[in-house]
Structure formats: structure tokens, C-alpha cells
Design a protein around this ligand. Sequence first.
Ligand code: MIG
Length: 806
Amino acid sequence: MDLRKALLALRFVGLRTALRAVRAAWERDRAEGPRKAPAELPWRAIQPFERAIPLPDGARFVGPDAALEIRFLAPEVLRLTWTPGLLPPPYAVVRETLEETRIAWAPGPDGWIVESAAVRIAVSAHGRIAFQDPAGRIWREEDPPERAGTAWRHRVRLRPEERLYGLGERAAPLDRRGRIYRMWNRDPGGRYGPGADPLYLGVPLWLSLHAQGAYLVFYENPFEATFDLGATEPDAARVAFAGGALRYYLVHGPPARAIDRYTALTGRPPLPPRWALGFHQSRWGYRSADEVRAVVRGFQAHDLPLHAIHLDIDYMDNYRVFTVDRERFPDLPGLLQELEAQGIRTVLILDPGVKSDPEDPVYREGEARGAFCRLPDGRIYRGLVWPGWCAFPDFTDPEVRAWWGAHSRALVEMGAAGLWLDMNEPTIFTAWGEPTPPRTVLHAMEGRGGDHREAHNLYGLLMSRAAWEALRRGRPDRRPFLLTRSGWAGVQRYAWGWTGDTESTWAALRQTLATVIGLGLSGIPYTGPDIGGFSGAPSAELFIRWFQMAAFMPLFRNHAAKGTPRREPWAFGEPTLSIAREFLRLRVRLMPYLYTLAWEAAQTGAPLVRPLFWPDGSDPDLWGIEDAFQLGPALLVAPILEEGVRARTVFLPAGEWYDFWSDRRFTGPGRVEVEAPLERIPVFVRAGSVLPMAEDGLTLHLYAASAGEGEGVLYQDAGDGFGPHRVDRFRVEREGKGLRVRWVREGDFPWPWSTFALRLHGFAAARAWVDGEEIPIPTGPWILRPFQELWIKEAGESSTSEGPIS
Ligand code: MIG
């Protein structure tokens, strides 16, 4: 036991709880019992297949001790299942198949060949598998798997240049290769820095890029697992699961396509309510309604936009779930209403542990319904958390989800705009050992039965699902907003995430960027860090740089631990306050763009924050970059991640780019050196983009490319609910010295602007025609009404051609 670490992890809880944590740890060890780790049993090779059976969409290979089933769900999407072993519960994958696929089947040199139009699979009699594209290039190769007891493991060859991304939330470099990762959701303990593993939200998938192709693999197996990605053997990934069938999905294709297919299988992230893309203020330690009011007044007094405020566990009565401390929050519904009237949404925290107290009505209900997880001897399992000893709802039981969901919905009916689900790894306080329930704890697993070894990693996913389903049903006209700390594959269907209890250090700032990009590449597009880090006292400079970066991330939230110095933007004085205000305003201006990206994410799963190699991964020079990101297709953001730095190098991908602040134009690929005074971080706009911004109404910023085509998209609707929407596409074509903008509309939400502004960047207009009629060239922004086609002639052109040709 590492006592120092244990004490550090428990330092927020107070002496009484820390002492009880010793008992908790002891009881936990006892409940877990003597356990021979599967890894300690010898690994055995499977015996060769004896039979191969063609299936309409794949094949089955059967040996004396193992079988492999291969199914094509689409020409480039496969599912492989090695049995024996429990098949996964139906929590991550929402679609059985994607596209009817014609396959061919033939005996091969040392086994069989199964192929679609896009993928050829060679399976050897011993279980070795090679995946090829139609040109014969091998994009993945596996050695035959091995078994030890109920555990499975296999080995995947890695190419020298191969890069691996994903695995969910990791405090690791964006390229995950060269390390060992554990799949076992857990709180790293009070605060964490780069290298901590595992964290709260693992996803057993990776995205591979190498010279012979790109693919995504998702292991649909929630058991504890290790992913050794070239740490032990540099040229192999070794993946081992403690139980369950070895089932995995493969998508052959570049990153954007792979995430699109993966989220077709595991579900798309639904469109959030628009306010959620605004600014969220939070803090552990807003201890009363008056304190919350004072914070809100601070935002107003300092002229700072505020969209949401989060109430941490302080609002509860002794940390009991579904209660309110009536002394400090005498009229919480009234407070929520009062805030909403000022345009501020309130998000309430919710933990899964229910205080084990026969006087507690929620506990009594749960006990009567058999809602709590039990130990094998039939007793309700108790773990120590904030309220003291707690019982834990078994979210793998649909009736428990419905019961819990109804309570969660009541918080929303009281006036909360959303819920913040914390501690749902689940985490328990313990002086040593795993801060998670014992593996022997039993779960319903939708009726088939199982234990915590299988259910653990699913707990956060299913708590999110319980809340989401209740909110969807209970308020059919509003979109749920949930923020969850833990989750698994598919959690993007229900909730946003955040990077948890990071340190307030420069290293952590840098890390959270790679963590957020990595989550997006794991199918989870809505995340962000606690601005300034969770657990310390950031300097004004660190706070500013963190704030500037987070302004371009989906979750833009200021949050801090109890006991840390105040961190509202004015707490640091000037120039921090003014810089924060500028970035808050920029965020508000970007809302039409962000909202459009949210809609795109709902269609394709594409994350808002993207690595520079997105979408196709074709330029290897971009594979290793983790200190900059794209925000959608139009923006490239290069945050400042080091103290004292006032300029930096940015690698620009191929194409033309405008400096957002100066309109200077650069041509990539290549490095540029740019200024980054304290009040700015480098931001670039891709030439050809039309960036919609909220500036006294709507402004379309057209960044002219010197050749070719570009596009800007604008999604609009009522901002919440499920009513009509519209999508406007502005297609820009360069025609010699002219620019043509064609407006393509779809959807039935009425265009909400009588006039809007157009601003040209990198283009001086001489003459212009709207739908064939010449208009005068204004000196400032162009004020326009809806049109079909706009044709602009560049100044300095001597040609005699007059306006649009078509
Ligand atoms: O044991 O609710 O990550 O954001 O402020 C700590 C108190 C519990 C952990 C969350 C953090 C939150 C804190 N919670």
C-alpha cells in the first residue's frame, strides 16, 4: 500500500471519513476474497480449426476449444467474435448491421479467404488473420488468440510508422503507442497529472494510421483489460481481457469515415440544447443560494456572458442524493427559476451512492425494490462515499434505471436545466486498494446475471442512460443535458464529459488538450477540462492560457476544488478579467459555428475538436501533432501551453490559411512562427471557409481562397426541443478573378434574419451582383437579404467580363 498516495486521495474528505476509509479498505479486501488473477493462469494457444462454415454475411470457423465468427456489417465494417465466453450485454452497440453486403468465400493457401468489395480477410487454420484492402495491402494482422481460464488475449502486429489513438480518456500522449493502458474506470485520486492511468472513462477502441492504410478497432468487451500498445514488444499490440468473448469490430477507412461508422454502430451524439455550448461557471464550494447569487451578480457587474452555473455537492443535505439543504438553499426551485429568468441555466450534481440509512426515503425505496447491488452472500453492498456508507443502484437492471430516472427527472422538474453525474466509476473511498467496489458484487445484467468484473466499466454509461431516458420521456419537448465523469463506448448517446480532477499545472494544461482530442477520437465529442485545473491555485497566466484554449472546446467550464483560491474571471484582477471577457465574447460570436458543428456531430459522430490529421490522415507529418487542434473544418487553434511564451510555431496542414487576428495569409503545409501575446492565442481560418458568427445578428465571414471551392454551413433551429430546423450551405467558387457564392437551403425552420452581414477576408471587391442585379460596394460589412447567388469581381481586374457568366 502506498500510504502517501492514499492520504493524498483522501485529503478532501476529512479525518473521520479517512479513518472510516481504513475500515472500508479492509472490508473491501474481504469481500473481494482470495482471487487468483486470470493472468496468473498459464496462457494456452487455441487448437487449429477443424471446420469452416460459410454464412450469408461471413463465416464460422470451429475448432475443438474455440470458434471464430466473422460477419460483414457493411463492405468495410466487420465483427469478429471468438468464443467461448459471455457475449457482451446490449449496452454499447445499437445496430446489428449497417448495409447488406455481398461476400465471396474460398479456400486459401493455409486456410480460407472471406471477402467483400472493400476488405479481404485471410484466416489461417491456426487462427492467424490478415486484413487486406482490394489492392492487397495488409492493414491489420493478428496472431491467433490465447486463453487462460476465462481470459482472452491476442497480439496485433504494428508497423514501424504506425500510430494509435483513442482508448477513451487518457492522461497520455495523443499517439498512444509505447505504453500500457488499463481498462478499469477509476478516479485517479483527488488530482492527477500526465501519465496517470487508468482514468474515469475508458473506451476499448483504437484508431490506427500507417502507410498501408487506416482502421478503427472497437473491442466490445467491458471486462477489465490491458492494452499494451507496443510497450513490451515494440512491434506488437497485446490486448488482454479478464473475461467475456473476444469480440471486436473493425472499420477499414480513414479517421473521419471510421468514426462515422463507429458511431453508426454505437450511436451518435445527439444535438445538445444550444445554451450548453455557452460558458459554464462552476465551483465546489458555492455553499449557499446567496453565494450563487453573488457569483451571478459578479458576472453581470463585470459584463461577462454566463450561460450556465453548476451546483456541486454543497447544495445537498449532508451529501444525500435527491435532497436539498434547506438552510443554505431555502428555496432551490425559486433560485433556479430566478436564474433562468436571467438566461442562466443551472446544472445540479448527482452521485450514485445512496446513504445506507433506513431513515432515508430513497434508501428505503431502493431497498424495498431490490434496487441495490448485493454481495454474493445476499447482503447489500456498502461502500464509503460523501454521505458515509452508501448502497449503489444496480443500473444494469432496467427497472432500477427507471426508478432512478424518475428521481433524476424530479430534479429537472424542480427547475434544473441539466445534471452532472459524478463519482460514477463508481468510486468509493478506501485507504488502500482499488477505489472501486469489489469484483464479487452482483449485477442483474438485463436479467442474465453477472458480477462487477463485467459491470464495472458499464456503470457510468448506464447511470447516464437512466437519466437520459427519464429526461427524454419526461420532457419530450426538451433536449437532455448531462455531464458524466465516467462512461464507456456509447456514452456519447447520453452525456458530455469533462477531464476530471486535473492538477493546476502547465503540464496538466498541455495534457488536457491531448486528452480532449483523444476522447473525440473515441467517439465522445463533447468534453473539456476544468479551466485552471481542478485542484490547485493557477497563476493568472496559467488561468488565462487555459481559458483561451477552453474557449474553443465543446465544454467551456470554469471549475475548481473546494478550498482553492477563488477563480471567477475577476478574481485575478486585470489584465485577466479583460482577456477572459474578450474570449467569452468570442465564444458567443462563435455560437452559430459551434452549433453547426454540433449538428454535424449528430449526423456523423465527427468530434468538434479534431487532430490536425483529420479527416483523412493522409499527411504523416500531422500524425504526431498534439499541441494544436482543428475546431471543425474552418478553424485551427494553437493554444499556448507553456509559461512565459509569447510566440509559437504552428504547423499548418496543406492549403491556405488566414491568421484570424490579422487576416495575414499563409500557405501550408509547413511551419509558421506567430505572435501570441498574453491576450491572444494563434487561431487560423481555412481559406474557402464561410464562418458564421453572431455579431449584432448574423455575420458571414468569407475567407477567400485563391483558387478552387469552399463551403460554409449554418445550422439553425429554436435552440432546444425537436422542432423544425434548417441548413444553409454557402458554396464558394473561385472563378478567375471572381467569387461566386451559391446559397443552398434545406429544412423548414424559417430564416430568422431579415438582413445579415457579409465580410470578405483576403478579397477586395470591385463590383458585385446579387441574383444578377448589380449592387453598390459598401465600405464596411455588406448588409444583405437572402439570395440565390452572389457574384463578386475582384478589384484590380482589367478583364471586360461583366459579372456572372451563368
Ligand atoms: O470526491 O463533488 O471530479 O468535479 O467538484 C470528489 C466534488 C467529488 C469530483 C469531481 C469534481 C467535484 C468533486 N467530486
